[in-house]
Structure formats: C-alpha cells, structure tokens
Design a protein around this ligand. Sequence first.
Ligand code: NAP
Length: 348
Amino acid sequence: MKYEMRIILIGYGVVGKGVTTILAQRYAEKVKDYGFNPKIVAVADIDGAVINPRGLSLEKLETLKTTRPISSDPEFGHPKMSALDVIESVEAEVVVEVTPVNIQNAEPALSHIIKAFKTGKHVVTTNKGPLALAMPTLTELAEYNNVYLRFSGTVGGGTPMLEFAKRCLAGDKILAIRGILNGTTNYILTEMSQNNVTFQDALANAQKLGYAEREPLMDIDGFDTACKVVILSNWILNRKITLRDVDRTGVRDVSLRELEEATKRGNTIKLIGSLDSDEKPSVKPTELPKNHPLCVSGVLNAITFSTEYAGEQTLVGRGAGGVETASAVLRDLLDIRHKLANKLLNSN
Ligand SMILES: NC(=O)c1ccc[n+]([C@@H]2O[C@H](COP(=O)([O-])OP(=O)(O)OC[C@H]3O[C@@H](n4cnc5c(N)ncnc54)[C@H](OP(=O)(O)O)[C@@H]3O)[C@@H](O)[C@H]2O)c1
C-alpha cells in the first residue's frame, strides 16, 4: 500500500535542510520498501513561506537552500506569511517543527505544535524547548486531538537513544539512566583534559567548528543536557517532570587543575545527565574512570541504561549534525506512517 504523507516543514536551517537532503537521497528506497511517499507541501521560515499543495519538487527544495529569503521564490513564494498561518491553512498530515530552541517560553515552536494539533496534524520535532517546558501537557494534548507527537532527534541526534530504551528494552525495567548528552561540552572537556586547552579557548574552537548552539549558554551551563534529562524522564521512565525539577551545574567552573588531578587518579571529568529512583534528576560535572563505557571523547554522546535483568546497556553515537538529526526525523515520519497504516487496517 502506498501512503502519501503531506508534510509542512517549519524552519529551513541546518536540520530542515538535512531533512530535504535525506528525503531526496532515500526517496525511491523508502517508497519501495515502506510504501512511504512523503511530499513537502510547504516550507516556512521566519520571513515567509513557499507553498505548493501538490508537493515541492526535490529540485525546488534544493534551490531553496540558497534562496534568501525562501519566500522570494517567484513560483511558490508567500512573503511575510507566518508559520502559524501556513499550519492553519495548508492541508497536510504532518508538521515537522525544526525552529531554534528557546527555553524561556518555548516559542515559536510551542505555538506551532499546538496549532498543528488543533488542526489535526501530527508533529515531528527536534526542538527540545517545548518538551522541556511542557512535555506532560503536550503529550496529553496530542492524545486529546488524536494525533502523534514524535521527537527522537531531541536526544542523541541521529543516535536512537529514545527508541532503544522504549522499544529494545521494553521487556526489561530501566532503573537508572546516565549519559553524556551534549557534544559541545564533551568536546570542551576533552580538549581541556587531553590537550591542556583553557575553557575559553576550547569554547572558541567549538564555536568555530559549528558545534555550539546559537546560544552557547544552553550548552555550557547544562541547560541542553537538562532538557534531555526531562525528555528521558517523561518518555522513558514515565516520571512527569519539567526543567525546573532538574538540579543543574554546567562546565564553566571545571578547571584545568581539577582535570589534571582526575587524570592522576586514572579518571576524567564529564558532564553527566542522571536519572535514578533515589536522587533528584541532575546534570553535573562528574569524575569517571577513563575506561568507563560512558567515557567517550570529542563531540560523541553516550548513554547507559541500567536495567533490572539485562544489566547495563550503553549506546554511543553522534549527538548532533544536520543529516544525522534529519535521519531521526525520517525515523519518526516512518513510525507515524506505520501507526497510521495499522489504524487503517484495523478499521477495515
Ligand atoms: N543542528 C543540530 O545538529 C541539532 C541536533 C539536534 C536538535 N537540534 C534542534 O533542532 C532545531 C533546529 O536546529 P537547526 O540547527 O536547524 O537550527 P537553525 O539552523 O538555526 O535553523 C532554524 C530555522 O528556523 C527558522 N526560524 C526561526 N524562527 C522562526 C519562526 N518564527 N518561524 C519559522 N521559522 C523560524 C530559522 O530562520 P532564520 O535562519 O531566518 O532565522 C531557520 O531557518 C533546534 O531546536 C535545535 O536545538 C539541532
């Protein structure tokens, strides 16, 4: 059965462009293997939108990557049309929300997601803001509106940390979760410890290499990791918390001297997000043996699930990047497609 899925893409930055790249590269294969026929019917960014109800061609989406603003497209451009208007007025099954993160009030993503739900559209997002501030409400609202909310790119980028826990460990009981969930701070601590680089220089390098979030405080003060702890707590452990419930310490006060001392003990210091049954959810610099499975270097992320039966399971992978994170978006789209196809079968 071939299932057409009309998609509205909100945000055409690193991840948004990764989504169209990956769809272009894997389109034929996905149609053949999964009967999944995605069509991007609109792309909106901060300046306006591009809309074609019959689907924007892959060539057009490629051209839009270098068109500024995208709404200046002579064929399908709608200058000044807001993303909210696009979600309200364009017919589609799914909204892919990939605008910048904001942990003050989660906007504009929060309004985009709520508007999508209210107009009967499923949502795939990589934006941690709305989940960190309002995850329990959003999951209830999705259920109430009979739509799906998927967000696997919010934790681990392309590395399927949420799916691994939710699906592969479904037969076990997860007792605790610990992880290096932010590549920028891991890069900084690795540079400091292995190359004796100061915190400021390591941060400047991370920014030069494009690793840091637009707002580096998100990374270095541990907010990004804390958002991921919130998502893991709600989605995997079914413990309803928000950002306010996480004890958070970032890496700006970790000194070269502390790292040297740790090295002398055969250890190093990593920024660890942690959830277990006894302690308050936390993010803090933590000394770990260098041979601990979580002790990965550079921008890598790693997560350990401590389980009742299968012991400790550690997953390691790249936690960010345009196409990496876009692969998580595609995974979510396929999951929604699968769920919708099952619903259809059951109703016949
Ligand atoms: N990059 C990664 O590796 C990665 C990994 C995991 C998760 N994420 C998350 O995924 C999201 C997107 O990340 P990104 O790296 O793609 O960010 P980005 O490169 O900054 O792109 C964001 C896009 O959203 C647009 N935008 C801003 N405000 C908007 C509004 N009000 N309405 C519509 N569009 C708006 C921006 O337009 P302008 O450029 O014109 O402002 C830009 O096109 C973020 O929440 C990020 O935290 C990113």
